[in-house]
Write a protein that binds this ligand. Structure first.
Ligand code: AMP
Length: 422
């Protein structure tokens, strides 16, 4: 039986990987300009990290984590998100002593046992950034400006910014009580999940996508009317800083996001070109208190995560991930006629590579004709046939594949010639 990849995971083949690299490179360049340093945390963490931070009653922790017990009986989990690991590392490595405001970014795979569909996978990749040490709403606007810069640099235009404030431990409890009372009145109209959430975490009801719950949700009180003075002030300053950067935002009272650690500002960037349920490209918000929750020093935090698969779907204009397999195009394909020429070609290729030329030698032991066919298939820029006479004369004929023009040069001239012509 053929062994296959696990449902909800995917290979990124040559031919597709270049787009991933381009996204990463553009992201790294934006991060550099805005002063973010890369951090790489382990893929495995203690389960407790996510239970405590993401929240025991969230979908992620309740049903989506890949959790195993190690040989000592310790529960460990494949990270479902990047913020909690970064904050854990920030605390563990005492980064708060190094800089007053730490700006960190990460790129890597995350794991959630969700129902796979277009734009939703079990292993997916996020580019994320975290700012630790500031509760200034100006940093929130700066982060969003950086994201807009990145999306525009990638050539995307079709996106909207949604913002909300989810209050803080001062004002949110009263709102949650009010929400619960209202939901209990409509218990008969709610789905089973929302009935449960009404008691455990009523805020989550606002996230529900079940059609029959929508009429109830639309009439629920909105948190904006319950914010305390400080939260109200914070949110209005955030909007002012966005406006001064000419960034348009839509206030979306239902935007509570699926992770418990958020306070005050939450946001999403959605794309009009993605399907209605998987339209979020970026999600983020403020998480003051998370550091303390994980046993660290007080540290205000703000960050986001962007889904790379969804970006790739948008940028490639495809409905499925992946493109046909494609091998890299050699700058020069050295075609060999016999064993002596093969051995010479190996040496020549290694000399050319030291001069920065992508030289390719066929290892399949094929005829000249099939090597030429392979050079064509690989889209080689030049070919050079090497046989007894080339070895004897030291003169090599380089053929430009685009137009068939041939030029004879000595071995020492090959690299210079290619550099000029490529
Ligand atoms: P979250 O960590 O849930 O706030 O998600 C942040 C972003 O990651 C989303 O806006 C998506 O772009 C992406 N994302 C989250 N879950 C998945 C998934 N299962 N498959 C693909 N992308 C995802």
């Amino acid at each position: 039986m053929k062994v296959q990849s696990i449902r909800g995971t995917h290979d990124i083949l040559p031919g597709s990987v270049e787009l991933w690299q381009e996204i990463e490179q553009q992201a790294r360049e934006r991060f550099r300009l805005y002063g973010y340093a890369e951090i790489r945390t382990p893929v495995l963490e203690e389960t407790e990290l996510f239970a405590r931070s993401v929240g025991a009653d969230t979908d992620i922790v309740r049903k989506e984590m890949y959790t195993i017990e190690d040989s000592k009986g310790k529960s460990i989990t494949l990270r479902p998100e990047g913020t909690a690991p970064v904050v854990r590392s920030y605390i563990e490595n005492g980064l708060s002593n190094e800089v007053p405001v730490a700006k960190l970014y990460y790129i890597g795979p995350m794991f959630r046992h969700e129902r796979p569909q277009k734009g939703r996978y079990r292993q997916f990749h996020q580019i994320g950034a975290e700012v630790l040490g500031s509760d200034n709403p100006a940093i929130e606007a700066e982060v969003i400006e950086m994201l807009f810069d990145l999306l525009q640099a990638l050539g995307l235009q079709d996106f909207n910014l949604l913002i909300n404030s989810v209050g803080c431990p001062v004002c949110r409890p009263a709102y949650i009580n009010r929400l619960r009372e209202e939901l209990r009145l409509h218990a008969g109209e709610l789905c089973e999940e929302c009935l449960r959430r009404t008691e455990t975490n009523p805020l989550r009801v606002l996230d529900c996508k079940v059609p029959s719950c929508q009429p109830v949700i639309e009439r629920l009180p909105v948190i904006r009317d319950w914010l305390c003075e400080e939260c109200r002030e914070h949110f209005s300053l955030f909007q002012k800083y966005l406006a001064s950067r000419e960034i348009a935002a839509e206030v979306c009272p239902r935007l509570v996001r699926g992770l418990d650690y958020y306070v005050r500002t939450t946001f999403e960037i959605v794309s009009r070109s993605l399907g209605p349920t998987q339209n979020a490209l970026v999600g983020g918000g403020r998480y003051d208190g998370l550091s303390e929750l994980l046993g660290g020093p007080p540290a205000k935090g703000f960050g986001f995560a962007m889904g790379m698969e969804r970006l790739v779907l948008l940028l490639s204009g495809r409905s499925e991930l992946g493109a046909p397999f494609k091998v890299p195009a050699p700058e020069i394909f050295l075609v060999h006629l016999d064993q002596a020429a093969f051995e010479y070609a190996l040496g020549l290729a290694s000399r050319l590579r030291k001069e920065g030329v992508f030289a390719y030698v066929d290892f399949a032991g094929k005829s000249v004709k099939s090597q030429m066919r392979q050079a064509n298939r690989q889209n080689a820029k030049f070919t050079c046939v090497i046989g007894e006479s080339e070895l004897r004369s030291g003169s090599f004929t380089l053929k430009r594949m685009a137009d068939g023009v041939q030029t004879a040069v000595t071995e020492n001239q090959i690299a210079d010639y290619l550099r000029r012509e490529l």
